[in-house]
Design a protein around this ligand. Structure first.
Ligand code: URA
Length: 246
């Protein structure tokens, strides 16, 4: 038996907080009876639970890590007919969705799940889960320019939190640099906008880690299931948020 708001959140209905609102608003029924008391418990395997008359899905929880290729969109569908991540997940019968997004042109580590609560926990801005990217940028940024990214830089939606930034490679012939950057937020196109703000636009972007989970040698376009330990470690990390010092 579990609390109803937890069952609803895990089924991907909404965050636990919003599910509580749905319960109080009288939208949730268990075995045909409206339940408005928070804390009521139910058994997702035995009870018929509906939200606004629709039964919730009670699927097995699935947690995947995928190496998203560039040129693939993280949405569930694309009106322009571009490739979507589910094209790569044909063997998975549960309906999973990405934990946060990666741009069409960004490749690398993408988590996917049907556990709404897990997804909310990892993407909530206040949990500051670190994500590391390898960014190849135009020109070779000066150390003082990278310091700006380390300290936090003003973007049109506000200051970024301090980031960890390190040179990885400098190609003087091509006039490019590869830099690893770890951010603790997940704003739209954040890494690209940070480098644009120091006038070194991103040429190539790849996410190589999410929390302590590394992409390692997972081949482009392939995925694997996370182990139970990996799922638990990600949850633990999100629940003990830490921001780096400036
Ligand atoms: N930052 C970006 O700019 N793009 C991504 O896909 C992820 C982070």
């Amino acid at each position: 038996m579990e609390r109803l708001q937890k069952i609803l959140a895990q089924a991907g209905i909404a965050s636990r907080r919003k599910c509580e609102d749905l319960i109080v608003a009288g939208k949730v029924e268990v075995n045909g009876e409206v339940v408005t008391t928070l804390g009521t418990k139910a058994d997702p395997d035995q009870d018929i639970i509906t939200v606004s008359g629709r039964p919730i899905r009670n699927e097995k929880k699935v947690y995947l890590v995928m190496n998203k290729p560039k040129g693939v969109i993280t949405s569930a569908s694309d009106p322009e007919g571009r490739k979507i991540v589910s094209d790569y997940l044909r063997d998975i019968k549960e309906r999973v969705y990405p934990v946060g997004r990666l741009d069409y042109d960004t490749e690398g580590l993408l988590l996917l799940t049907n556990d709404g609560e897990f997804a909310n926990l990892l993407t909530h801005p206040k949990h500051h889960v670190p994500k590391t990217y390898m960014a190849t940028v135009k020109g070779v940024p000066h150390g003082t320019e990278l310091d700006k990214l380390k300290q936090g830089i003003m973007l049109d939606d506000g200051m970024t939190a301090p980031a960890d930034v390190e040179y990885k490679d400098i190609d003087t012939a091509k006039n490019e640099a590869t830099i690893s950057i770890t951010i603790h937020e997940g704003r739209n196109r954040q890494v690209r906008r940070m480098f644009e703000a120091i006038s070194h636009p991103v040429i190539k972007l790849k996410r190589i880690s999410f929390g302590e989970l590394l992409l390692q040698n997972l081949k482009r376009g392939l995925f694997r299931h996370l182990t139970k330990n990996e799922v638990e470690d990600l949850i633990k990390l999100a629940k003990s948020p830490k921001l780096p010092k400036k």
